[in-house]
Design a protein around this ligand. Sequence first.
Ligand code: FE2
Length: 226
Amino acid sequence: MVTALAGSTIEAWSSPNATVANDPGLTQSPLSFAYSALEPSIDARTMEIHYSRHAAGYAKNMADAIAAEHATGKSLREMLQHISKYSTTMRNNAGGHFNHEKFWQWMAPGGTKPSSALVDAIQKKFGGMDAMQKQFAEAATKRFGSGWAWLIVDAKKQLSIGSTPNQDNPLMDISDVKGEPILGIDVWEHAYYLKYQNKRGDYVGAWWNVVNWEAVSLDFQAALQA
Ligand SMILES: [Fe+2]
């Protein structure tokens, strides 16, 4: 989906780098499921507010920042990989846009199954899916304040788990956790507070029921080949 911005040709900079997969582009994509489709793990009202207000806001504010900072000719990934050269507004909103576009892709009603290649890699690195989920949940629940927890493929093509504050992500040059994000969970309160209040751990536990492992597996495969 491409929309025009005032004074800019977004088509020129919404095309992902041909050598880099996993670029959601510069505009908000339609959700592939209804707001209610992730019930009871994620309630419909939370999904509606999250997608139509919070995530839409990041996309709009990023577009405004691109225009204000003359960031033409850049893909979303290129901006994130060099985010230290941009404003804090761009960092927060380009990060927020990428993170949420991927977050929607990483969820599906009822969840899906991972590829055997991903299962094998998780087994080799963490000792099994349960152990990986435990470590991931710890990263999610221990992130102080707002942020994200991630499963990434690092520069050595190894799986790793970490977390980032605010709307930062592992693609950013300023991030302590660096790699290709293949799964992430939003632990901002706007992602869970209506249903779970302060029980972030319960939200993380229920979220596994709606993880779209098929999408995660495709991102894993792409990260290995990048
Ligand atoms: Fe969010």
